[in-house]
Ligand binder design. Structure first.
Ligand code: KIV
Ligand code: ZN
Length: 391
């Protein structure tokens, strides 16, 4: 069966940058946009041009330097936003306007004090107006996660008629369960006229920790674009993490879904975003966290030293991490101590290892981690000399 491509729409510089304290200047955004382009994302959402002169300028400058990806600007469903976005995108090789409006009862009644009919009218007008400036127009139905499938289908059908090329179905509040979100995409595929001519996009938030699972459920049910951010940053609990969805699709080839991402650049891209935004991810973060390939219990260390795949489903080199790390703690066994000692030049005999191991445990019980200097010190105390050059 041929492999279906899932487009990666990166919104680190728009939804990701909405995180309090993570504001970037234009220069920093250009560096990140360039890295995203090299990483191989299909779309870079560069900002919300009408929101500030700084954001307008960033979208303008990013549009000039991006070579391969589509550059996208966010708007609300009004003419001014759309005109400003079109102007900011004027240098983009492949410009896209991302326009839309809230479709859930909560948005229609409380946010807009409007009616479903008037919301459909505004959606059609926004897409038709954006089409005057660019061919590629993505429509978002904000809070689609809490919008009835029947009304959502009506909105989608009308914006497709008006010329939308991509339909974004955001779970704005991160409320949906994966089977519910997947069923929503399936419902649209089966009930919206013209849906086969457009790309359905998943935009999932992480309020219940389900952003990645929901995006995967979406593509399993026919969506072909995922909106995500590096490190999963974004409003509140964040968005779908780019590195997670990309590796899920890569590690499960039977799904017949893949992306164009150069996965070997994931770790360095994550580091760049962490450093630029001053937002460090937790050590146990999937794929790019400092502990994602670290093993510290004796049973796991022994397994990994014998064969990496015993406890690792991803080769660290595939995401740009040099190698798995064997962390020495009081939970480590002889195999891990011998392995780490060998790495710094000591090829221990069985007798030496048996002698040293109890001393190592005593030391480790009083320290969080045993490092290379500690190993050298232990060897000196026991008059053990190097047998090889440290690796
Ligand atoms: O979460 C959301 O609904 C959004 C839209 C503006 C696309 O970010
Ligand atoms: Zn969002």
């Amino acid at each position: 069966m041929s492999i279906n491509n899932v487009q990666i729409f990166d919104t680190t510089l728009r939804d990701g940058e909405q995180v309090p304290g993570c504001k970037l200047n234009t220069e920093q955004k250009i560096i990140i946009a360039n890295q995203l382009d090299i990483l191989g994302v299909d779309v870079i959402e560069a900002g919300f041009p009408v929101s500030s002169p700084g954001d307008y300028n960033s979208v303008l400058e990013i549009s000039k330097i991006v070579k391969n990806a589509t550059v996208c600007g966010l708007t609300r469903a009004n003419q001014k936003d759309i005109e400003v976005a079109a102007a900011a995108l004027k240098y983009a090789k492949r410009p896209r306007i991302h326009t839309g409006i809230g479709t859930s009862d909560s948005h229609i009644i409380y946010k807009f004090n409007s009616t479903p009919e008037k919301i459909i009218e505004r959606a059609i007008q926004a897409v038709s107006y954006a089409k005057k400036f660019v061919e590629d127009v993505e429509f978002y139905a904000e809070d689609a996660g809490r919008t009835s499938n029947e009304f959502l289908a009506k909105v989608c059908e009308q914006v497709i008629k008006a010329g939308a090329t991509v339909l974004n179905i955001p779970d704005t509040t991160g409320y949906c369960l994966p089977d519910e979100y997947g069923a929503k995409i399936k419902f649209l595929k089966e009930n919206v006229k013209g849906i086969h001519n457009v790309i359905i996009s998943c935009h999932c938030h992480n309020d219940l920790g389900l952003a990645t699972a929901n995006a995967i459920a979406g593509v399993q049910n026919g969506a072909r674009q995922i909106e995500c951010t590096i490190n999963g940053i974004g409003e509140r609990a964040g968005n779908t993490a780019l590195e997670e969805v990309v590796m899920i699709l890569k590690q499960h080839p039977y799904l017949n879904l893949d992306t164009r991402i150069n996965t070997k650049l994931l770790y360095e891209t994550s580091q760049l975003v962490q450093q630029s935004m001053g937002m460090t991810v937790q050590p146990n973060k999937a794929i790019i966290g400092e502990n994602a390939f670290a093993h510290s219990s004796g049973i796991h260390q022994d397994g990994v030293i014998k064969n990496r795949e015993t406890y690792e489903i991803i080769n660290p080199a595939d995401v740009g991490v040099n190698e798995s790390s064997i962390i020495l703690t009081a939970r480590s066994g002889r195999a891990a101590l011998a392995y780490r000692a060998k790495n710094v030049g000591y090829d221990l005999t069985k007798i030496e290892l048996d002698d040293i191991y109890p001393q190592f445990l005593q030391f480790a019980d009083h320290h969080k981690e045993v490092n290379d200097n500690d190993i050298h010190h232990l060897m000196e105390l026991n008059h053990i000399h190097k047998t090889s050059i440290a690796i």
